[in-house]
Write a protein that binds this ligand. Structure first.
Ligand code: NAD
Length: 291
C-alpha cells in the first residue's frame, strides 16, 4: 500500500497562521519581530534559501533586514556587522546563511551571535541548553522534523529511530531531541563510516535521511510500514527543467510503496524549517518584550 504523504507545506502554513496572532499581539505593543539575514557571496542555493526566508517573514507580518555581502568580505567585517546587530534594539534574531566562504571561520561567526538572538540554535550555548533540556532556541530543521512526527501522530516514544547523517545542524541535534524524555526514542546514528547501512535502516520504525545523497535510501533498505523523513535537498541535473535542474531528496521515490509515511521533497521538511525559524523569531521578540 502506498505511504501516507506527510504534507509539510500544509503543516507549516497552519503554524504560520497561528504565528500571525502572536505577531499581531506584539504589534499592539509597538513591536515588529525582526530578523537580520546575512548572506556572504552569491551561491545560488543559499540565495534561494534566504529569499524564501525573507518572503515568509514578510507574509507573516515580520521584518527582515537583508545584508548581502560580497564573497570577499573579511571575517573582521562580518564580525563587526554581527556585533552591531547584537546591540541593535530593533533586531530580535540574526541569521548567517551557511556555508560561509572558506576564508571565514564558520565556528567563530556562529559563536559571535549573542545567544538571545541565535534563532538558528547553532551557538554552543544554545546547543548545550538543548542537550541539557534547558530553555534556549532549538535548531529549526530538527524541530521541523519533530513537529511533523507529532502532527501525524507517529509513535516516537519507544520507537527505534535511525538517522542517516551526523551534521551539527541536522543529525546530531535531532538525535539529542529524540532521546529527550518528551520524545523517548531509541536512536541510532549512521554516517559515512557506518558498515552495512541497510542493516541499520531496516531496523528503523522511523528512518530519517539527512545525508545529502540523492536516492541513498532505496526500498530494500526500509522496513515495511516505517515512517520515512527525507531531510535531503539535492540539485540534480534535468535538461527538461526550466533552470536545468530539479530538487530531490535522499530517499528514492519508490520507497513510498513500502513506507507507512513519507515526506516529499520539495514540500516536506523544507517548509517546516522556515516555519520553525519564524517561530523562533517571534519567541525572540516576545522574550525581549518580557525582559
Ligand atoms: P552534511 O554534508 O553536513 O552532513 C551529511 C552527513 O551525512 C554526514 O554526517 C555524513 O557522515 C552523512 N553521510 C553522507 N553520505 C553518507 C552515506 N553514503 N552513508 C551514510 N552517511 C552518509 O549535510 P547537512 O548539512 O546535515 O545536510 C544534509 C542534507 O539535508 C543536505 O541535502 C541538505 O541540503 C539538507 N538540508 C535540508 C534542510 C531543509 O530544511 N530541508 C536543512 C538543512 C539541510
Amino acid at each position: 500500500m502506498a505511504a501516507v504523504i506527510i504534507d509539510g507545506k500544509a503543516v507549516s502554513e497552519s503554524i504560520r497562521e497561528k504565528l500571525k496572532v502572536r505577531v499581531s499581539a506584539l504589534g499592539e505593543k509597538g513591536i515588529v519581530p525582526c530578523l537580520a539575514v546575512i548572506l556572504v557571496g552569491d551561491d545560488p542555493a543559499s540565495l534561494s534559501y534566504v529569499t524564501a526566508k525573507e518572503r515568509a517573514l514578510s507574509l507573516a507580518g515580520m521584518e527582515s533586514r537583508d545584508y548581502r555581502l560580497p564573497k570577499d568580505t573579511t571575517e573582521a567585517a562580518l564580525l563587526s556587522l554581527i556585533d552591531e546587530l547584537n546591540n541593535h534594539e530593533r533586531v530580535h534574531g540574526i541569521l548567517v546563511q551557511l556555508p560561509l566562504p572558506k576564508h571565514i571561520d564558520q565556528q567563530k561567526i556562529i559563536c559571535a551571535v549573542v545567544p538571545t538572538k541565535d534563532v538558528d540554535g547553532f551557538h554552543p550555548v544554545s546547543v548545550g541548553s538543548m542537550v541539557l533540556g534547558r530553555s534556549g532556541f532549538l535548531p529549526c530543521t530538527p524541530m521541523g522534523v519533530i513537529t511533523l512526527l507529532r502532527e501525524y501522530r507517529i509513535a516516537v516514544s519507544g520507537s527505534h529511530t535511525v538517522i542517516v547523517g551526523r551534521s551539527n545542524i541536522v543529525g546530531k541535534p535531532l538525535a539529542n531531541l529524540l532521546i529527550r524524555q518528551d520524545a523517548n526514542a531509541t536512536v541510532t546514528i549512521c554516517h559515512t563510516s557506518t558498515k552495512d547501512l541497510s542493516h541499520h535502516t531496516l531496523e528503523a520504525d522511523i528512518l530519517i535521511a539527512a545525508a545529502g545523497k540523492p536516492s541513498l535510501i532505496r526500498p530494500e533498505m526500509v522496513k515495511e510500514g516505517a515512517a520515512v523523513i527525507d531531510v535531503g535537498v539535492n540539485r540534480v541535473g534535468d535538461p527538461s527543467a526550466k533552470n536545468g535542474y530539479r530538487l530531490c531528496g535522499d530517499v528514492d521515490p519508490a520507497v513510498s510503496q513500502k513506507a507507512g509515511y513519507i515526506t516529499p521533497v520539495p514540500g516536506g521538511v523544507g517548509p517546516m524549517t522556515i516555519a520553525m525559524l519564524l517561530q523562533n523569531v517571534v519567541e525572540a521578540a516576545e522574550n525581549r518584550y518580557n525582559g
